[in-house]
Design a protein around this ligand. Sequence first.
Ligand SMILES: [Zn+2]
Length: 87
Amino acid sequence: MQAGIHPNYHEIKVTCACGASWSTRSTVKGDTLRLEICSSCHPFFTGRQKLIDTEGRVSLFQRKAAKSKALQEQNAARKAGKAESAQ
Ligand SMILES: [Zn+2]
């Protein structure tokens, strides 16, 4: 092997948000790798059609969508009020 050109390939510990963990080798910086989903919790491998929201991504999106919808309704009401007062 030529010196000074190869990335640091070392043993790391991988941990998933579902709690599964295993060790492997990687060139990643540090000695841990954190995942949101892995083969022991992904619906493709488990066979269950279940929504996985271990990191709160889906609930975050749903909160944002609800906030946006409320604002849109407020704006629509304001516009309707303006249209009525203009006539
Ligand atoms: Zn997992």
